[in-house]
Design a protein around this ligand. Structure first.
Ligand code: TYD
Length: 222
């Protein structure tokens, strides 16, 4: 039996995978933690995780990818993100789903679609869909929240975070044109997939969280 069969079993259990997506600086990580607390109050077992780097092996891949010591070519960058994903799905996500937990994941395959396929212009690579499915063991999110923030606003937030001493990553420092490609890709993904709900990330933290909770309600998930 293939690894993908695990996901079919999961669909019959109460486990859920909810992914939080968006450009850098969109505030999704803060929202993810607020959402975790809210879901726990509803009695769910909640696992909070992120990509890249939330396994011991993955944290080493994360350093290679983001610290800026290396500049991988686009193909290498894609394969490293997928290597991190394969380890993460197998070690963290599937076991949690199998025991019925709700997994809140900060970035997943839509980030790869937006950053590598669109941003790095790898969309025409042969066999790409099969590679993604292989790395993800066929796991698909039950719900994806896209935190929509215009690029100019996101860049402003990233700059003010780094002026306050927060470290930026190699990808944060990409040119505005790269972030525009990423933004356009998230917009297209949202139009193409019903599982993706758009959250207007430009408002106050509480207003954004209200939209997140409304999204779970709309999908009948609370
Ligand atoms: P991180 O510091 O975790 O920040 P945040 O998610 O809050 O922006 O940075 C992760 C970076 O990795 C981010 O710039 C997006 C990028 N990324 C990809 O390019 N492809 C991927 O598949 C994933 C998961 C992330």
């Amino acid at each position: 039996m293939g690894k993908g069969a695990g996901r079919e079993q999961m669909n019959n259990s109460v486990g859920r995978l909810i992914t939080f997506e968006g450009g850098d600086g969109s505030g999704k990580s803060t929202q993810l933690h607020m959402t975790a607390t809210w879901l726990q109050e509803h009695g769910h077992e909640v696992i909070v995780t992120h990509e890249p780097g939330d396994t011991s092996l993955g944290s080493e891949i994360r350093s290679i990818l983001l610290e800026g010591k290396h500049t991988p070519v686009p193909e290498c960058e894609l394969l490293l993100f997928l290597a991190d994903r394969a380890q993460h799905v197998s070690e963290v996500i599937l076991p949690a789903l199998d025991r019925g937990a709700w997994v809140l994941c900060d970035r997943f395959s839509d980030s790869t679609m937006a950053y590598q396929l669109a941003g790095r212009k790898l969309a025409d690579l042969d066999g790409l869909a099969a590679m993604l499915e292989f790395a993800e063991s066929g796991v698909t999110p039950d719900l994806t929240l896209w935190f929509d923030l215009p690029v100019s606003e996101a860049i402003h937030r990233i700059r003010s975070r780094s002026s306050m001493g927060e470290e930026s990553t190699r990808l944060d420092e990409e040119a505005q044109s790269f972030h525009e490609l990423v933004y356009a890709a998230f917009t297209e993904l949202h139009q193409a997939y019903e599982r993706i709900i758009r959250i207007d990330a430009s408002g106050a933290i509480e207003q954004v969280q209200e939209q997140v909770q409304a999204a779970f309600n709309v999908r009948g998930m609370v």
